[in-house]
Design a protein around this ligand. Sequence first.
Ligand code: PBE
Length: 324
Amino acid sequence: MIKHWKRMGIAAGLSLSLVAAGCGADEEEPDTETDDNGDTEEEADEDAEADDEGDGEAAADYGEDVAHTIVGIDGGSGVVQSTEQALEDYGLDDWNVQTSSDAAMIQELENAYENEDPVFVTGWTPHWKFQEFDLKILDDPELSYGEAESIHTIARDGLEDEQPEAYELLDNFEWEPEDMEEVMLEVQDGVDETEAAQNWINENEDIVSEWTDGVDEVDGESISLSYVAWDTEIASTNVVAQVLEDLGYEVDLNLVEANFMFSSVASGDADASVAVWLPHTHADYHEDYEEDYEDLGPNLDEGAQLGLTVPAYMDIESIEDLQE
Ligand code: PBE
């Protein structure tokens, strides 16, 4: 049985109960009909918007509409730190980032989305929100959010010698953004995290057998994985936990705040984490602790990205547009 312990902060399952707005990206249909001016419908919409607001005014209006507030997640997350950096880099002095949690941020996004209200959130991919909502990541010419990210696995010093089977499995664990999204979407649809992980494993035996190839089974040894209640990491951590269970481990899932994810593996209180985003997102934490744990390299290679995220119906393309 997977044990959950040290539940710090918000409940991981909170986002499960959310019902996604029924107007996802896949419902958008290409418009090819033209109106009296010979514009396509889309161009006509743009004309109408330009008439309403005048060029360049929309972004400034959005600032007032949202009280110059970006809806963030936990303050320890890299994406909130990057957003604070963006406010500095783009000189957006009157803006601020409101911290909450992944689940609470999604709720605010959903509320705004239902009414087609403007909203700014701290986004990242892979994430099911891009499948459920039609969203865009704003251009970031200053690279406040970094470029393509990879997600790494870290292990405590000594794991390789003391628990070589688990170490090997962790070292072999590697998948694609689409895999992670599959698990995330199922969890979002209300399937229990453990079950969603097991479903993915059942459907991807070929991938899993590459991870477990040559790894011996054990008899009830304990192993603990640290993670944060971000939807991405709930997905990956549960999948790895299930595979370890199938190898005979008793897995403790150690749900913590961001800094403890690093310090617990560095101190040896936890055995590993599969949730380290590099080179940008967790650069500071990694720099502080990397001497005291082992970086096993990417488990998701370059398929990840952070960014200031808005619904596609908003008339804004770049963070620069927020400069008044
Ligand atoms: N995230 C998900 C994390 C890393 C994984 C993007 C929210 C963060 O910003 O720290």
